[in-house]
Design a protein around this ligand. Structure first.
Ligand code: GUN
Length: 293
């Protein structure tokens, strides 16, 4: 069993990005600027956004944070988005999800200028990546592909089971793994809360990606010997064993599943850091107009 060290890979990629940014600086070019919109005070969202801002500092990017109270109106949020779209100093920005229930998430995402949509959530980026055109790729799927590449894990002709059908992870990842490219050329099955044969599908899988948000969901008897297991779960539960008072739990029963795997990602330190680094990569691309000119 080999542990996929997302933390180490992400540190390496951040170094590569920082080097590129220092070259941009030396050439007198503007450094990339990422803005983040954070609504409310959800603990998980606060942590994610703080980590994204920290990563900007490591990469040498500029960053800014726009905060709004939980009670903010949709109209106020749309006005802020319009301002970010027009702000030439900002190359890319994200609106941290989830948003409060009174705000239409789709409306907000569609209001983002797709050329600044470094999360890859806008329908133009989703659609373009679906048909293989250059686009901002959704950060978590892009991070998973990068890990597969860096660990040289074969995907062509492999049976991949993706558990979960979210717009952010399950759906885009399934599409990317079907591409005529590496990583891709896989036979992909997506299972979800209505699937009646999740265990049977998983037992046949060469690669399992767990992205449903249920701690310890994937058990050892659902995994075949030698499978690759990628854990996207990040359920944050109270804990008296950590400084923050919280602990992250993956979707995989790690202790029992790991001995059966050829490769497995831990939580934390697997997919999570790669999501942030993919956002940094997208911001670098946005800053150099590499996708949309
Ligand atoms: N909420 C959970 N994951 C993400 C992400 O990748 N981007 C944004 N904007 N919100 C999220």
């Amino acid at each position: 069993m080999q542990l996929i060290d997302g933390k180490a890979v992400s540190e390496q990629i951040k170094k590569e990005i920082a080097q590129e940014v220092s070259l941009m600086k030396a050439a007198g070019k503007k450094v990339p600027h990422l803005a983040a919109v954070l609504v409310g005070h959800d603990g998980g969202s606060e942590t994610y956004v703080a980590n994204k801002i920290k990563a900007c500092q490591v990469c040498g990017f500029e960053s800014s944070l726009l905060r709004f109270e939980e009670t903010v109106s949709e109209e106020t949020l749309l006005a802020a988005i319009d301002k970010l779209n027009k702000d030439q100093a900002v190359d890319g920005y994200i609106v941290q999800l989830p948003l409060p229930k009174h705000i239409d998430e789709h409306k907000i995402i569609e209001a983002i200028d797709y050329r600044k949509d470094v999360d890859g959530f806008h329908p133009i980026n989703v659609g373009r990546s679906f048909i293989g055109l250059p686009a901002f790729l959704s950060a978590t799927p892009a991070g998973i592909l990068e890990l597969i590449k860096r660990y040289d894990i074969p995907t062509a002709g492999k049976h991949v089971v993706v558990i979960g059908r979210s717009n952010i992870v399950g759906k885009p990842l399934a599409a990317l793994l079907m591409r005529k490219d590496y990583p891709g050329n896989a036979t992909v099955t997506v299972v979800h809360s209505y699937s009646s044969d999740i265990t049977e599908q998983c037992r046949k899988a060469d690669i399992i990606v767990c992205a449903l948000g249920r701690p310890g969901f994937l058990k050892a008897d659902m995994v075949k010997e030698g499978a690759v297991v990628i854990d996207v779960g990040t359920t944050r539960l109270p804990s008296d064993k950590t400084k923050s008072g919280f602990k992250l739990f993956g979707d995989v029963d790690f202790e029992a599943v790991a001995p059966k795997c050829s490769f497995i990602t831990p939580v934390p330190g697997g997919v999570g850091p790669m999501t942030i680094v993919s956002l940094m990569k997208n911001t670098l691309l946005a800053g150099s107009n590499a996708i949309y000119r």
